[in-house]
Structure formats: structure tokens, C-alpha cells
Design a protein around this ligand. Sequence first.
Ligand code: ADP
Ligand code: FBP
Length: 303
Amino acid sequence: MIYTVTLNPSVDYIVEVEEFTLGGLNRMKRDMKLPGGKGINVSRVLKQLGVENTATGFLGGFTGEYIEQWLRQEMIASDFVHIADDTRINIKLKAGEETEINGAGPEISQPETASLLHKLDALKQGDVVILSGSTPPSLGGDFYSRLIAVCKQKGAEFVIDTTGQALKDALPMGPLLVKPNHHELAELFGAQISTRAEIITYGRKLLDAGARHVLVSMAGEGALFISEQGVYHAGAPAGQVKNSVGAGDSMIAGFVGTLSLTGDVLEAFRAGVASGSATAFSDDLADRQKIEQLRPLVVISQL
Ligand SMILES: Nc1ncnc2c1ncn2[C@@H]1O[C@H](COP(=O)(O)OP(=O)(O)O)[C@@H](O)[C@H]1O
Ligand SMILES: O=P(O)(O)OC[C@H]1O[C@](O)(COP(=O)(O)O)[C@@H](O)[C@@H]1O
């Protein structure tokens, strides 16, 4: 079974204005409220790919109910810890460019934390746990390490998509996949990265530190795949970008879902890029039809 863990889900409030005036009254041209948080996005795209999975993490309040109801409608299995505080709302402002304002996250109590750890007791050998997104501050900086320790103890594999120290700490534990975008990669190493060669150099450092597969996404420039097997580039298909929120999460879903179905890493890479681009070209996350349409258009070359 594949599990996604979203410690800090969100309702993504996508607001479109013709032109944004700071300090003035702006009227919305269009708005959408979508379930969000990285693991939840991964779960939704896995479901589109026909890969059954269970979404877990923390949900609370009216925002938490909104997300849970959405998952129910899409027939995605969910097993969240219900918290007393409200799940956050993240603002995605589209005014030509995309500007994001993400909340810090709700207060999580000690019993709520224990309850999530207890749920992970059910993990078993062969399971894959996708740990995605930020950690609400009340959980403390080492919470992912605690979850990874449980995964390892149960013989489950894990994928981690987060930033900073939490990602650094996870590498020696041997993640199946890490997927920074090129900005996150530069930030991780406190480096200036401007060329493809530099991305490969730093991407390889993630392999050396313990990751089994590394994807570095580069938005419209596609992605690099770095593993023991070699280094590959895939160009992103061309199309009209509608909303790139969740493109990275979709890429993880495409990669892990296809790897679980086929065992073929290059097919998984292709599906990852197709899924990321299919989301970038959609208002909401990618649907199956769009992913299938783009899959043959992804050109992979070995470097
Ligand atoms: N503008 C775009 N055009 C085409 N594909 C895109 C675009 N933006 C994102 N994608 C696809 O989604 C993948 C992940 O996007 P990226 O923006 O790098 O991730 P993140 O959302 O984590 O920052 C890219 O590798 C690419 O396949
Ligand atoms: O947990 P974080 O890092 O604040 O990110 C949460 C945000 O990331 C998203 O999951 C989108 O992530 P990506 O665009 O990187 O795929 C949004 O749905 C959500 O608002």
C-alpha cells in the first residue's frame, strides 16, 4: 500500500485578479478553493493514475472538513487524525505572475501527535510512505525523523519532499526518492546554481548522502533524474500554463505510482514529468486523460 502523510494540509485559495494593486481594493476575476498540502495532492494524482493509496496526517475545523469531503467524493481512502485547531488556508494569488502566501499551520497537541504515530504502527514491509510538505511549528523540527524511524522499523520505504534541515536529516535514512526543485536544491546547499552541470553536481550529492533516486524539477525546463543508473534529462511538453500549484506533487505521484506499477524507473520518470506538466496546464490538478495525452510527448535523453 502507498500512504501519503500531510502534516500540514491546506485549503488552497486561488485568487485571480486582472492587475494587483498593493494597498488598494482589488476585485477578484475568479477564485477557487481546492484541497491542498503536498501529500494530499500526491494522493489525488495517484488516484487519477489508478493507484490506490491512503492519505493521512492532521486535519481540523471547517477547512479540514472541506478537504475530507473532497477526498471522499474522489473516493480516496483517508485516515487523518482530527485536531482541535483549524487546518490552514494558503493564498495563491494570480496576477500575471503567481504569488503564494502559505500559513504556518495549526497547533497540534501531544495526544494528537501520539495518535498519528499510533496509526503508523499498521505499516508493513513493502509499503511506501510519501512524507510531503512543511511541518506545523508546534510539532518540532525532528518530527519527520521520528516518522522515518517508524517506517524503517516496520520495513516500509519512504519518499520525502520537504526542505532544509528536515530533508538533510532524512537523506542518511535512504529515501526511495527526493524531489527538490532547482531553487530548493540551491537553498539546501547554500549555493548559486545556474547551469545544468551545477544541478547535476548538487543532485549527485543527494545520492551520495543516501537518496536512492533524485528528481530535480525545473518547471517549464522539465527535470533531471539522477540515480545509480545514470543521469537523464526530460523536457517538459509545451502547453498553456494555467496553474502550476501542485506540479511538483503531481510529479512525485507520477513517478512513485508508475514505479509501483511497472518497476521501470525511466517510465516512472516519464510519467512524473507528464503528470507535473498536466497539472501546470490544468486549473486543478492533472486528470488521467491529460497525463496520458502528455506521456508520449516527454522526450528523455541520457546525459
Ligand atoms: N511552465 C511549465 N510548463 C510545462 N511543465 C511544467 C511547468 N511548470 C511545471 N511543469 C512540470 O511540473 C514539474 C514540476 O514543476 P516544478 O515547478 O519544478 O515543481 P514544484 O511545484 O515542486 O516547484 C516540472 O518538472 C514540469 O514537468
Ligand atoms: O507545506 P508547504 O511547504 O507550505 O506547501 C503547501 C503548498 O504546497 C502545495 O502542495 C503545492 O506544492 P507544489 O506546487 O510544490 O507541488 C499546495 O497545495 C500547498 O498550498
